[in-house]
Design a protein around this ligand. Structure first.
Ligand SMILES: Cc1ncc(COP(=O)(O)O)c(C=O)c1O
Length: 371
């Protein structure tokens, strides 16, 4: 483009509601201990790596052709993984659950329509709404970050949202809603409701998934991802389970051939190796509980987590604490309500490094005062 004037973003005719917006941007920094985006810290084992490589080679041989447009084989595998008598026509898949959710908002939200969630929650929800011209509303959670069901039901009756998104376990709080609470929300939802179970596999034993509610609520979808427990964040594969008609609605909105042949092939390999991919789940759950105990012992406020991360605080200047940890080679996430920070659960060594760094930082970290 030499000789061509390079415009600034402000010179371009951007949609007015996008002016001044920043792209999603959890920092990607090269530091020894990465505990900021709730990844599974364990890479795939040798066997899975070899099988993925073979699947990519096979996919390469027909790269001149478009991929299987409806990804039936992959959706069939995902249905089998979820159980609950689900079949391929109950499953929708896309490049991460972020894309799945964008399809939901595209199909059921839109101009003149509204969506609702319970704050604080996942920071991308308002962005899906913005991108699809859906009005976005929030109902606050209680002080312990559980859903205030009475307030939720009153708000739903008043607002009559077209889409309700409920993350359980919730990000960034880690808190999980009980099945009775989810059922009450499903009962009240006038439009569609998505229970976002991105972190479901990390929940404590005995926790019940909203998947069991699917037969009774035809406008319910339960969203999952392979990015977290499944240790497949780089593969970009999210999915949901719902009634076949719900899935048909999403098929209208998706771009043609949205899931590449490589994505479909490698996700199927990962699913075929589910026990290997999920092998570290017990370690991660135990590490989460240990980390939670350590934070409580350090006299911090800690949200009860059923996920692979913990929200803790509260600090008068959380950025300073975040930066001091980064200076010690530990990257966590500055997110959630004012004063709180979120740390992902890593390997025992990474968690020990985080704890050691925090122990150094805490004596000079001023706590937030209760006003
Ligand atoms: C609650 C929740 N939902 C959805 C996602 C999106 O995950 P992905 O697009 O990697 O499937 C995340 C990612 O952090 C999340 O925390």
């Amino acid at each position: 483009m030499s000789g061509t004037a390079q415009p600034d973003l402000s010179d371009l005719p951007l949609r007015p509601e996008l002016k001044g917006e920043e792209p999603y941007g959890a920092p990607q920094l090269d530091v020894p201990v990465l505990l900021n985006v709730n990844e599974n810290p364990y890479p795939p084992d040798e066997q899975v790596i070899a099988d993925i490589a073979r699947a990519v080679t096979e996919a390469a041989a027909s790269m001149n052709r478009y991929p299987e447009r409806d990804a039936i084989g992959l959706r069939d595998d995902l249905a089998r993984y979820l159980g609950h008598d689900l079949r391929a026509e109950n499953i929708w898949a896309a490049n991460g659950s972020n894309e799945v959710m964008t399809h939901v908002l595209g199909a059921f939200g839109g101009p003149g329509r509204s969506g609702l969630t319970f704050s604080p929650s996942y920071s991308m929800y308002p962005e899906y709404a913005r991108n699809t011209h859906t009005e976005w509303l929030t109902v606050p959670r209680k002080a312990d970050f559980s859903i205030d069901v009475d307030l939720a039901l009153r708000s739903i009756a008043e607002i009559r949202p077209d889409v309700i998104l409920v993350a359980s376990p919730n990000n960034p709080t880690g808190t999980r809603a009980g099945i009775d609470e989810l059922e009450a929300l499903c009962q009240a939802a006038p439009g569609v409701i998505v229970i976002d179970e991105a972190y479901a596999e990390f929940a404590r034993p005995g926790s019940r998934s909203a998947l069991e509610l699917l037969p009774r609520f035809p406008r319910l979808a339960v969203s999952r991802t392979m990015s977290k427990a499944f240790a497949f964040a780089g593969g970009r594969l999210g999915y949901l389970a719902a009634a076949p008609a719900f899935v048909d609605a999403l098929r209208i909105i998706r771009l043609p051939y949205h899931l590449s042949a490589v994505t479909q092939a490698v996700a199927r390999v990962a699913l075929a190796h589910a026990p290997r991919m999920l092998a570290q789940l017990d370690v991660l759950r135990a590490e989460r509980d240990k980390l939670q105990d350590r934070l409580v012992t350090a006299d911090l406020d800690v949200a009860e987590s059923d996920a692979n991360f913990i929200l803790f605080g509260r600090f008068a200047d959380r950025h300073r604490v975040w930066q001091s940890l980064l200076d010690r080679g530990v990257l966590i996430r500055e997110t959630g309500p004012a004063g709180w920070l979120r740390v992902s659960v890593g390997t025992p060594e990474e968690n020990a490094a985080f704890t050691a760094a925090l122990t150094e930082v805490l004596p000079t970290a001023e706590r937030a005062s209760d006003e």
